[in-house]
Design a protein around this ligand. Structure first.
Ligand SMILES: NC(=O)c1ccc[n+]([C@@H]2O[C@H](COP(=O)([O-])OP(=O)(O)OC[C@H]3O[C@@H](n4cnc5c(N)ncnc54)[C@H](OP(=O)(O)O)[C@@H]3O)[C@@H](O)[C@H]2O)c1
Length: 298
């Protein structure tokens, strides 16, 4: 097992983020559970996390971070580095879904979604990477989704945000490894978290109304997802295992779900295709070097 890590988690007020924070801290890792507005609308969640930390003497801290605000992200990362002296793991978890027929999603809704689910990770990674580079080690974890690989009608913008996140995370992996830094992707299936209650509904009703029978797609999909939802602790346990896997031995993608939906097959196929892509661009040796670099840097 790796030594104890300093871990920053985004969107740790509820759901996977909260469970990951508690699970990692209970295993001795120093965790900074970041969230929006811990003094206001998340005061109850922040208070519960702090109370748990006190009760169980856990290395678990609450820090304010809104991933859509660059200053807030930079401030939170500075707090972590000042308090802990380093930052070993950044878990990009903050996110939500927009549901509804794609034409009913307004541009503003689409922008906000990308600003959180995609640009949020861009901001966080840009803030933590200089510190990881100095250490010549680090781990970026991206909480994607099966919806980062397959397309679910009425979740098109959510899928787009997670497809985008997957592309970025994979590219980071190839580029960062020579510096001892790894990038991994976690693809959960449906799990019982507040995510379903936090879904934003496509606002342009007038457009949606024109769709006749297709208007029923969102409800059908939402119902099926909620019915299939498993215990979210599975995702927290999977992330704990990833964090505790020695550097250089971590996979690029981890599917965590009782239902495959073909995601594992796409991942396997993509691995082979990517190897050919790297070969075609004359990068295969660089990437082989990259894998060795991470293992060697740990
Ligand atoms: N549950 C599932 O079935 C499932 C499946 C696949 C992937 N995922 C992904 O897992 C991640 C966590 O979701 P969850 O299921 O745990 O749902 P959740 O309980 O709703 O958690 C989402 C978290 O993201 C935070 N967040 C939203 N916008 C933010 C922002 N601008 N800045 C900082 N934090 C922000 C929320 O914070 P606030 O309290 O401030 O709103 C909340 O803590 C998401 O990326 C989601 O897409 C979930």
């Amino acid at each position: 097992m790796e030594s104890k890590q300093v871990v920053l988690i985004t969107g740790a007020s509820t759901g996977f983020g909260r469970l990951m924070a508690e699970t990692l801290a209970r295993h001795g890792h120093t965790v900074f559970a970041t969230m929006r507005d811990p003094g206001g609308r998340n005061a109850k969640n922040a208070g519960e996390i702090r109370a748990l930390a006190k009760r169980e003497s856990l290395p678990l801290h609450v820090v304010e971070m809104d991933v859509t605000n660059e200053d807030s992200v930079e401030r939170a990362v500075s707090v972590v580095v000042e308090q802990a002296g380093s930052i070993d793991v950044a878990i990009n978890n903050a996110g939500y879904a927009v549901v509804g027929l794609e034409e009913g999603v307004t541009l503003e809704q689409a922008r906000q979604l990308m600003d959180t689910n995609f640009f949020g990770s861009v901001r966080v990674n840009r803030a933590v990477l200089p510190h990881m580079r100095r250490q010549r080690s680090g781990l970026l974890v991206h909480i994607s989704s099966g919806a980062g690989r397959v397309v679910i009608p009425s979740f098109g913008f959510y899928c787009a945000s997670k497809f985008a996140l997957e592309a970025l995370a994979e590219s980071y992996r190839y580029e960062l490894a020579p510096q001892g830094i790894e990038s991994v992707i976690v693809q959960p299936g449906a799990y019982q978290t507040p995510v379903f209650g936090n879904m934003v509904v496509a606002a342009d009703q007038a457009r949606t109304e024109t769709y006749g029978v297709a208007k029923g797609i969102s409800n059908k999909v939402g119902g099926a997802l909620a019915a299939a939802a498993g215990n979210p602790q599975e995702v927290a346990d999977a992330v704990l295992q990833i964090v505790e896997t020695p550097a250089g031995q971590r996979k690029l993608r981890y599917r965590v779900s009782a239902a495959s939906l073909g995601v594992d097959e796409i991942n396997a196929l993509s691995e082979g295709v990517q190897a050919k892509v790297l070969e075609a661009f004359g990068l295969a040796d660089d990437v082989a070097f990259v894998q060795r670099s991470v293992a060697g840097a740990s």
